[in-house]
Write a protein that binds this ligand. Sequence first.
Ligand SMILES: NC(=O)c1ccc[n+]([C@@H]2O[C@H](COP(=O)([O-])OP(=O)(O)OC[C@H]3O[C@@H](n4cnc5c(N)ncnc54)[C@H](O)[C@@H]3O)[C@@H](O)[C@H]2O)c1
Length: 262
Amino acid sequence: MLERGSHLLTDKVVVVTGGAGVLGRQFCTAIVKIGGVAIVADRDVEAATRAAAEMNKSRLGRAEAASLDIINPQSVGALIDGLKKKHGRIDAVVNNAYPRNRNYGRKLEDVTYEDFCDNVGQHLGGYFLVAQQFGLFFRDHGGGNIVNLSSIYGTIVPRFEIYAGTPMTMPVEYAAIKSAVVQLTRYFAQYFKGAGLRVHSLSPGGILADQPAGFLAAYNGHCASKGMLSPNDLVGALLFLLSDQSQFMTGQNLIVDDGFSL
Ligand SMILES: NC(=O)c1ccc[n+]([C@@H]2O[C@H](COP(=O)([O-])OP(=O)(O)OC[C@H]3O[C@@H](n4cnc5c(N)ncnc54)[C@H](O)[C@@H]3O)[C@@H](O)[C@H]2O)c1
């Protein structure tokens, strides 16, 4: 039961990879607001520093910027070692970075083999590396919590017609990456059963970002109420997965999409 005045993540150290990005900033802010220590871990360390400074202005907990490249094993290891030394604990990691190369997002006809492998390797490979290294740390240090960002496109096939008349598409690499993230989550949850470790994926629907009006109308027509979501609309689901409120769940994929994928 939620108790009056209780803070679900008070003093817990939660690493958010890609913490300086659109969703990452929102996630870190929410963690700080309920008394946690948010580690804004990003390859763009200047953006992470700016974001953490903003979060620290008026909150209960605190944010710290950290340099992290999720496709570099030394970088992942150094972050874990540094946090262990500084805080003596790490409670959770949110695998949320969004690495992609400059050719990412092309139409299927135009995706080269090299770009496909590069984008899948960076994103899926990076998520594996973070989950592996933090998972082993959690197993050896009394438990922890991993949340992997997937997407509705890890579960459903795209409705290509909603992109008609726009330069947008749903990249084929994304389908491969995000569906694999859901299954990787289940694999890790099974592998670490009994080790005090819980592993989930969170699958958002589309997030508002100045998309063309025609696309928004087509997208929103498949939804239950609001349609395209704001980053803040995902926070409740993330905090639920990170907290003891979901204590007896593991290996689940939580879809937050206002019904788009039904
Ligand atoms: N925005 C959406 O519509 C949406 C919808 C569903 C799922 N998602 C998922 O949510 C997650 C976050 O998406 P976003 O829209 O906030 O992305 P974003 O592009 O706004 O932010 C991503 C962040 O990751 C950082 N990053 C990139 N490569 C990195 C690396 N190698 N190591 C460390 N940091 C790195 C970037 O510097 C950036 O700050 C992704 O997994 C994405 O697939 C996003």
